[in-house]
Design a protein around this ligand. Sequence first.
Ligand SMILES: Cc1cc2nc3c(=O)[nH]c(=O)nc-3n(C[C@H](O)[C@H](O)[C@H](O)COP(=O)(O)O)c2cc1C
Length: 283
Amino acid sequence: MSTATAPEHADIVEAARALEARYGTPWSTPLPAWNETLDTLLAHRSVRNYADRPLPAGTLETLIAAAQSASTSSNLQTWSVVAVENPARKARLAELAGGQSHVREAPLFLVWLADLARLEAAGARSSASVEGLHYIETLFVGVIDAALAAQNAVVALESLGMSGVYIGGIRNQPEQVAAELGLPPRVLPVFGLCVGYPDETQPAQVKPRLPQAVVLHREQYDAPSQVAEIAQYDEVMGGFQTTQGLSAAGWTSRSLARWRSRESLHGRDRLRDALNALGFELR
Ligand SMILES: Cc1cc2nc3c(=O)[nH]c(=O)nc-3n(C[C@H](O)[C@H](O)[C@H](O)COP(=O)(O)O)c2cc1C
């Protein structure tokens, strides 16, 4: 596949197919370029059914090298990851994440951590003040670093023909997850990531996203023009849901159900208390 600035015909056809799957609508904007990286990114889909196939030796290390290649705030590298392959531990984490069977069934489960303990310990060794550690900003740094690292790993694993799905359910009971993984204070499990080869007998489809006009604002934020575009996306998602054998509910109603009540947060409504218990002061 060409990486030249003017895409070749085959690339244009491939790009149009990928973009139409991504939005569920025809794509008309001319493209300056197309390549295998964009193919990989545009083809992303969460996969929750895995083949009974082990990951090749060196996979974990390759994914972590990709993860560590992500930018990190001030090079602080305030993240860590716990790789879990032990079936009993995966089963316990699956339950802690709300009974998600794919956590148990994936050959590899990665728990991505905002890790403020490493630098705190370095501060203790050199008798340096770490007052800045206790501010919400610093936790943000760790969470952002962990997310950027994890997404690099996802792109890497998908480029290798593997698949995965993030597991936010790991925040349903953060203290229990921390105990299971032996985390020191001031280390937060941010999310999990199941990794495996996809079960080709149960293929996952690319899920359409909001039209660009909804998320892309030029010069200043524009709320009013989003309304009609969101209504159109509700139609697209209703159709997509139907092809998946699910109810034809659109994006708006499905998304609002996640915010309907405190209970719909599945325990994450008490995240501030959990953070305090894990040693984050959140000043
Ligand atoms: C931070 C984060 C947490 C997520 N948590 C879960 C989860 O606990 N369980 C799950 O099945 N999917 C989870 N997902 C997957 C999303 O539901 C999925 O990415 C979204 O529906 C879009 O679908 P796609 O990834 O196939 O494009 C999570 C995704 C992200 C980014």
